[in-house]
Design a binder for this molecule. Structure first.
Ligand SMILES: C[S@@+](CC[C@H](N)C(=O)[O-])C[C@H]1O[C@@H](n2cnc3c(N)ncnc32)[C@H](O)[C@@H]1O
Length: 241
């Protein structure tokens, strides 16, 4: 399957680089953990155990978000194993699906998982402007991506700007992210979040409900946020230009 995108700086200057291989890149740590081995354990550890028991946001609740908002022209960003795309109900039998990730192992795993839909693959760091040679999408999901990205919410929200050219007018952006501030966290959530932040797997020490709402309100006229455990489930539409 062809991988068809790259970041604008690479497109304009020197051709594609192996961005995920560059340890000095700000985005490196948040995607480096996703190897074929960790991805093989991801569904069990994160979706099966951590979501219900640690983060207290059952995976079926996030699946319901997909069932509600996914369209048959959908881009998933930060794809992991592609579990939600495999399980969710698309409005038609043959949806167009794009997969975007910085990590080639995630792209390969998700692409294999939903091979029946013949997904388009885009390898890009969403913290940078993305050059995409493809028509825009009607829905874009960012599930458990923001808490992997470095910086404050205000800084990492640049992803909504970088993805804007890929969203059709009238389209919807939805997803979920784990927060540290403004949510109730179990003891296990506190311990695990601190450990993941130390390792750079998460960067959500400063992430709050208020900052997420401000970043979305600044960019979209319609914003809904539901807090489930320490996850914020968000839906945003009608971009302010
Ligand atoms: C925690 S996983 C989420 C997987 C899936 N969405 C889920 O919820 O099960 C985060 C994904 O985001 C990707 N990722 C992390 N940083 C990224 C970046 N800067 N640009 C693009 N993808 C990134 C990782 O490679 C990984 O596939």
């Amino acid at each position: 399957m062809t991988i068809r995108s790259r970041n604008v700086d690479e497109a304009e200057h020197q051709g594609p680089r192996r961005t995920s291989g560059c340890r000095h890149e700000p985005a490196y740590a948040g995607q480096a953990i996703y190897s074929p081995t960790t991805l093989a354990l991801y569904d069990l550890v994160v979706l099966g155990l951590s979501n219900p028991l640690v983060w207290r946001c059952p995976t079926r609740r996030i699946l319901r978000l997909y069932d509600q908002y996914v369209t048959d022209n959908h881009l998933d960003v930060g794809v992991g194993t592609g579990w939600y795309l495999d399980r969710c109900r698309f409005p038609s039998l043959a949806p167009r699906i794009g997969l975007m990730d910085l990590n080639p192992s995630s792209l390969a795993a998700a692409s294999r998982r939903i091979a029946r839909y013949r997904p388009e693959q885009f390898r890009a760091d969403v913290l940078k402007p993305v050059a995409v040679e493809a028509p825009a999408f009607q829905s874009i999901a960012l599930t458990y991506l923001l808490h992997c990205l470095p910086g404050s919410i205000a800084q990492k929200a640049v992803v909504f700007d970088n993805l804007a050219p890929l969203l059709q007018p009238g389209g919807v952006i939805f997803g979920a992210t784990l927060l540290r501030i403004g949510v109730v966290r179990s003891t296990a959530a506190r311990v695990l979040m601190r450990a993941y932040n130390r390792k750079g797997i998460f960067s959500n020490e400063a992430d709050s409900v208020q900052a997420l709402r401000a970043a979305l309100d600044q960019r979209f006229r319609s914003v809904e946020i539901d807090i489930v455990g320490c996850a914020a489930l968000f839906v945003a539409r009608d971009r302010r230009d």
